[in-house]
Design a protein around this ligand. Sequence first.
Ligand code: RIB
Ligand code: CA
Length: 313
Amino acid sequence: MTARPIVIDCDPGQDDAVALLLAMASPGELAIRGVTCVAGNVPLELTAANARRLVELAGRTDIPVYAGCPAPMLRPLVTAEYVHGKTGLDGCDLPPPSMALAEGHAVDFIVETCLAAGPEGMTLCPLGPLTNIAQAIIKDPRILPNIREIVLMGGAAMITGNTTPSAEFNIYVDPHAAHVVFECGRPVVMIPLDVTHKAITTPARLDAIRAIGTRVSDSVAGMLDFYDRFDMDRYGMAGGPLHDPCVIAYLLNPGLFAGRRARVRIETRSELTMGRTVVDWWGITGDAPNALVLNEIDADGFYAMLTERLARL
Ligand code: RIB
Ligand code: CA
């Protein structure tokens, strides 16, 4: 089986970090053409530095890292240091990156890579606000036929938001970009909080990762120890929800997930519900679905795969 070409767009962020490591541990299945960074959890300068720290940690400096958009399309940037810490990767002691950023803007890299995609097409894996993806589609719509799938972490279907009562962070930060992506006409797989809030890093799961006993697993355990506290305090969960690695896990084993096709629209006008993913789960509107919306995960299977793969790095 040839590895599936992908681009990972991210805003590391501890959960983005675990997603990147899971993908980099899976070269047989995933051919990472590049990592593109966007402002989100922390400002762009930090997300771009963090992505390089992780690529170096995994020994995968063959993967180019590009800096992208420093702010959402129309709205002011909202960041989440309250969750991820000042650096965006609090909890680990990775040194500043020694590798340079790749030349050029992330949006141009996404355009060029999609235009050059072979018959298998390019899979885009956004783990943060959708600004880079939307800007690439706007800049050169010719990329659309070459996009095989957009598999994204974002939104909330039947549950409340995590950034406002309505909205999940990635969609809330750039709802206009999310609108562009969900209306682009290409296959979208939406992995919302309905799924990721069932992927909880319990103490037993964290211990299993820590027991791997490598520099990678020590870094992951340190990051998750720090990152989990926010959600445990807010939701009373037994650990933190591991949002972004669900995107990579879906690519590696879609059988771990379940959901249905539905029409998804993004609130871009009301401040009260700004960034809400309005998911027509019951087909009430009769409108054609534009996304596969996942709502179930085999959490034990997910963590077993994650732990096994992290041990490969
Ligand atoms: O709401 C969770 C999402 O927002 C995750 O991608 C996390 O990294 C933040 O970007
Ligand atoms: Ca993220």
